[in-house]
Design a protein around this ligand. Sequence first.
Ligand code: ADP
Ligand code: MG
Length: 336
Amino acid sequence: ENTVARIAAGEVVERPASAVKELLENSLDADASRVDVTVEAGGTDLIRVADDGHGMSEADLRAAVREHTTSKIDGLEDLESGVSTLGFRGEALHTIGSVSRLTIRSRPRADGEDATAGAGTELVYDAGEVERVEPTGCPEGTSVEVTELFANTPARRKFLKTTATEFAHVNRIVTRYALANPDVAISLTHDDREVFATTGQGDLQAAVLAVYGREVASSMIPVEATGDELPPGPLESVSGLVSHPETNRSSREYLATYVNDRAVTADAIREGIMGAYGTQLGGDRYPFVVCFLEVLGEAVDVNVHPRKREVRFDDDDAVRRQVDSAVESALLEHGL
Ligand code: ADP
Ligand code: MG
């Protein structure tokens, strides 16, 4: 039974980046104002996500690693549950912990109603079993360390790519969250090198500066189209920043696109963006894009790829036209 559970977990936690995504999401859900993500060897040796969020008591911590436990009310509709989690709620910590060794340190915030929150707790969870729970000194908030990832699922371990590739996946995930949450200070460190750190005090432009650097940030053009400014279709607004056609990279990984604040990818969005640039980019090049789309939940089919964040719209053509139009207007305003 354990073996079956592990195989299932290995299907869900595909690679270090899948764990990073879940841990980062938990930190943001915990109302953190800063989240520090540290990985070693692309996340295969170590993943640590530390936040200053509301933290957990010892009882919370024990519950958090149990199967099917969530403290979050599942009142949100399909888009939320389908796109934002591993596919089922209250499973991430348990699932990651069944294919790795988790060391969680947490201390509840002493502010608010629970002023007696008290000290911290360390819980070690190894391959699906609680190994020990003890009091510890730690700052308010939570830090989750993942080591020995896939040690008990050799087939999955073998499936991992090079450190550079695994880190690229981690980087892409953390980047997307950093750009979508400029009010949270998010940092990423790989093998003792700080890759980026946002301040948590700026706007989208400031987050772009922190993540991509000055050259890209200074070339960004604002996109803002709502309602009547858009052709007919399911999108209510398209906003964000897109780079000058001469500032580009050859990888589509630089397209950070969001539907209702969830990081997603969709062919229609990508094609709409690329269509707006037309031939200005030159072959095989992609712009830097941070683009937020607002849509009525009904118009998105999140079941295309519940884990991979690939979404499809009921009317892909209309979405493509709307995105194309919004980005093209922004470029036109800049004489491009
Ligand atoms: P879900 O996020 O779907 O609830 P998880 O397995 O990711 O499921 O987390 C289980 C529970 O553990 C959460 O509902 C939350 O109560 C608690 N938790 C996890 N990570 C954190 C964190 N960083 N800070 C505070 N609580 C956390
Ligand atoms: Mg979660």
